[in-house]
Design a protein around this ligand. Sequence first.
Ligand code: FAD
Ligand code: SF4
Length: 338
Amino acid sequence: MLPFSYERAETLDDARKAVSDGGEQPPTSAAVQFIAGGTNMSDYMRLGVNRPAHLVDINPIPDSSLRTIAITESEVRLGALVRMSEVEDHPGINQRCPMLAESLKLAASRQIRNMASLGGNILQRTRCEYFRETSWPCNKRDPGSGCAAMDGFNRQHAVLGTSDACIATYHGDFAQALIALDASVEILGQAGSRRMRFAELHRLPGDRPEIETVLRPDEIIVAIAVSLPAWAARSGYLKIRDRQSYAFSLASAAVALDLSEETVRDVRIALGGVATVPWRATEAEEALKGKALTEETATKAAEIAFSGAKPRQHNAFKVELGKQTLVRALMDVGQMRI
Ligand SMILES: Cc1cc2nc3c(=O)[nH]c(=O)nc-3n(C[C@H](O)[C@H](O)[C@H](O)COP(=O)(O)OP(=O)(O)OC[C@H]3O[C@@H](n4cnc5c(N)ncnc54)[C@H](O)[C@@H]3O)c2cc1C
Ligand code: SF4
């Protein structure tokens, strides 16, 4: 691990000022970076992947906007420093939107979830083995160096949203529930505050895979807001992985259904483990609207969801696995009574 200095920010202003000379580079390569739970940052600093010269710890900031879970009739607002386990344990969230709680419960281990924050969770970096091991070429870690995964062992890699420069999977689970529900994020930086759709936060790799989000180095995620229609109670998160606990997904599906009898009035679908960014399957949603939810219509929607898939040598199984995961998630959620 490279030497680094560390400071504890006492206010949001302190934190913003500490990174005021962040410049134009993405936050992940800036000299000064934020740390929250540290479960991703410390891991990747130890590996030499993240190389900040100075860390600004945002945990001491007392603002309630960063720490509160607030539920109204129509929305839940989650502070960025709320821990993953606080949301998974929250009775109101479990009742009003099981998908949110389940996507967290099925992630990592309880110890990590006690430590890790929601803000850090959505900004977690890929687990691509070649990204994590610094002796390999990797366009995301060392722009222009090449991609060892393209012709390497790419079983864990993405089949959707890939580019010629990078095929790394976005491995987070919670982000799939957020994109399915069209959440928004509240951000504070030197230029003031802004709110954006969660769907706009992450960037496809394109020819600049090192730029993972639209955040500037001085911008702190303060909170995440999620609309909660009554029908979000009929939702769930299905995660398929190599072992049943403490593993990242090979394929997952976040599904919420608004049903009138058997007919789909509205539906939200997001796919995890198979794409380079949190992935909303809007065309599959459109294919289901107005139709009866049956094995047949669900299968058709799954075909559409993966129609643009680009498998590589070792990850072709993810296309069929992803489709079956989605069909099962739709049928399971369709059975829920609310
Ligand atoms: C063994 C292991 C297994 C795991 N399994 C899973 C899994 O199955 N599913 C899953 O989803 N995740 C999994 N994770 C990832 C884990 O969920 C993340 O490491 C964690 O959520 C990151 O949160 P943190 O608060 O520790 O972030 P940190 O490590 O503190 O920060 C992560 C990044 O976010 C930035 N950041 C943090 N907070 C803010 C903020 N408020 N504003 C702006 N930038 C910020 C930091 O600068 C850093 O770049 C696993 C991790 C480990 C180590
Ligand atoms: S897939 Fe992306 S992260 Fe992995 S080695 Fe290639 S460029 Fe790097």
